[in-house]
Design a protein around this ligand. Sequence first.
Ligand code: 5GP
Length: 253
Amino acid sequence: MARRKKIYEGKAKTLYEGPEPGTIVQYFKDDATAFNAEKKDVIEGKGVLNNILSEYFMQGLGQIGVPTHFLKRLNMREQLVRSCEIIPLEVIVRNYAAGSMSKRLGIDEGTQLPRPIVEYCYKDDSLGDPLVSEEHIAAFGWASQQDMDDILSLALRVNDFMSGVMFGVGIRLVDFKIEIGRVYDGDFQRLVVADEISPDSCRLWDIESGQKLDKDVFRRDLGSLTDAYSEVARRLGVMPNNPPAPSKPTLVN
Ligand code: 5GP
């Protein structure tokens, strides 16, 4: 069988040419990185969990009419997506202060924001994905004014959907990052939610205990990342049949 063609290898995913023109196979790796890849590890099972969780969120978004690049999950680590031109922005939506916003503005982590705040970062690892304004985006031609209106509307719809889904299983959606892609239907371009939506790209806190169930567990050495992501999958009812092994043996009396 012919080897398939690798298109791009990122920190957490590898993209291969898909079986049909205009499709891509997105392979979820177990690699975890933080702080612009200064901190690295391989977390067994992370790729499987993110593949399944991203499928769950993207499918749900599709069902409420939010367009995404997702076509179907192929196996435990791969999904088929529509190929799209990624807009070089990280679109961040925040409901509670945390992470870089808390640091930048001196607001305590966990403070509820008066309304969801949308931020844009320029996607460039060598620069550390700097925060940019709509002025930069327009001046450098990264997206048009119409694109920006559509991106804001997509981001807020994703926020409402994700906040509701997570609230339903006792989890607070503190913030998240999405990426947006352009797809072309003939002469028309449409914007879709692309990349992935998973605990790698969201902050998820248990509503009762405040326990972190997202990548901050890895960034801040708070315990087992697999256990945290498994908990999210378990609550959403999408835990795979052969789940990644728990981090520690469980003692049975
Ligand atoms: P912060 O700006 O506070 O570091 O991140 C805000 C939110 O966006 C967090 O949920 C964080 O996980 C997500 N985020 C920001 N930058 C990246 C990134 O480069 N990769 C991923 N996976 N998520 C990011």
